[in-house]
Write a protein that binds this ligand. Structure first.
Ligand SMILES: Nc1nc2c(ncn2[C@@H]2O[C@H](COP(=O)(O)OP(=O)(O)OP(=O)(O)O)[C@@H](O)[C@H]2O)c(=O)[nH]1
Length: 392
């Protein structure tokens, strides 16, 4: 009898233990799915624009609770594939034609007059000067045209167009090396510094240039060394994320040189082709600017040479833009000019004047606010856009 009671007690205890383990054991919420990896680049560390999503901490075991609904991982940004750079200026010709055609048409109609008297030549010179080509270039063009017209005698519209085309091309200089040096060398990325006064389109140009390079099959890291304005880094982060280019940035007010250094280090570590560094362009004092840009360049050069220093100029600012260009040319060794907003001005002649002043070629032109409205500068396509087609 005692044994029976004892066996019943053991059975009841076993039943309680079994029920406790299998029925009351709490369920753990599932970990959220991992975000898909970035297609290209993809960054780590505090300095990049793509913070990694942290996994939520696991909850401690406790009483039975309904699992929390698992939050959806944000969709990875879609990586765009911009069009290649080749032939962009030809594709964007309509933009140039819209802004520059009046200049071309005006000159062609003046030159086609039956009699080219003194006042007509003066008018031709004035039209050229109004296009910001500069007095020296305008005078040279008129002198040369006068001689050629005299030799030619009567002129057909094709001849007039041919003469003017040749003069404009001679002033723009077709034999300049306009290639932007973005090729990696000895396994190290090329470094491009983008300088210029804020508002000229500097940050936009940095973003657009990244797209040009990605469109041409290159890999890029961007450095947001314009730490003066937080929005500039934000703007660049957006440009970078669209084409999968990591953006190295720091807080507003951080040392621009340290951002540039980190960007170049990141570019080397990732083995990318090109690092593009956007800089701040406050013209507070020439010495301040010189100190800042000089330091950025020196610090980058502890790692690798700077291959290209692009000065961004707003084509609509005329003489003021030229003054800015002179200051920048004095503080840093500019290797190429980017002329932005050429779509919004009839003053395309500025190309000639700025090249003369700085002795540096225009390498890229901005022709609109669209992401792919930056084109390698092609003198022939430019002059043809100004003059319109021969049969027009
Ligand atoms: N129409 C036209 N607008 C342009 C062009 N390039 C830039 N812009 C516009 O110019 C404005 C200024 O561009 P940003 O890139 O912000 O200028 P920024 O020099 O970097 O100035 P901060 O950002 O203040 O440093 C923006 O609205 C651009 O869209 C261009 O080629 N054509």
């Amino acid at each position: 009898m005692d044994y029976t009671i004892f066996a019943v007690i053991i059975f009841v205890v076993a039943l309680l233990v079994f029920g406790g383990v299998f029925l009351i054991r709490p369920r753990r919420p599932e970990a959220p799915p991992k975000a898909p990896p970035q297609e290209r680049g993809g960054g780590t560390g505090t300095a990049t624009a793509e913070p990694e999503a942290e996994a939520p901490p696991e909850e401690a075991a406790g009483p039975v609770v309904a699992p929390e609904p698992v939050p959806e991982a944000p969709p990875a940004p879609e990586i765009e594939m911009p069009p290649p750079s080749a032939g962009r200026l030809v594709r964007l010709r309509a933009r140039l034609a819209r802004s520059q055609n009046a200049l071309g048409k005006g000159l062609l109609s003046l030159l086609s007059a039956d009699r080219l008297d003194e006042s007509t030549w003066e008018e031709i010179e004035d039209t050229l000067i109004t296009s910001d080509i500069g007095v020296t270039a305008a005078t040279q063009i008129v002198e040369s045209l006068r001689t050629k017209v005299k030799v030619l005698g009567s002129r057909t519209p094709e001849e007039v167009r041919g003469l003017l085309r040749a003069e404009l091309l001679a002033q723009i200089e077709t034999d300049q090396d306009r290639a932007v040096r973005t090729e990696p060398h000895a396994g190290v990325p090329a470094v491009v510094m983008v300088v210029g006064v804020n508002g000229t389109g500097k940050t936009t140009t940095t973003g657009k240039l990244a797209r040009v390079l990605v469109g041409d099959g290159r890999s890029v890291v961007l450095g947001a060394a314009d730490t003066f304005r937080a929005a500039a880094a934000e703007q660049l982060a957006t440009w970078g994320s669209r084409v999968g280019a990591p953006v190295v940035r720091k807080d507003e007010g951080a040392d621009p040189a340290s951002v540039a250094f980190d960007a170049v280090s990141r570019g080397i570590a990732d083995g990318v082709d090109t690092v593009i560094v956007d800089t701040a362009g406050r013209l507070h004092t020439k010495t301040g600017l010189m100190d800042e840009l000089g330091k950025v360049k020196r610090v980058i050069e502890k790692k690798t040479p700077v291959n290209e220093v692009l000065l961004v100029l707003d084509a609509t600012t005329g003489q003021n833009g030229l003054r800015q260009a002179r200051v920048f040319a004095e503080v840093v060794n500019i290797t190429g000019i980017v002329l932005t907003k050429l779509d919004g001005t009839a003053k395309g002649g500025i190309i000639v004047q700025v090249q003369r002043e700085l002795g540096v070629p225009v390498k890229l032109v901005g022709l609109g606010e669209g992401p792919d409205d930056l084109a390698p500068f092609d003198p022939e396509a430019f002059v043809d856009a100004i003059l319109g087609d021969a049969d027009q």
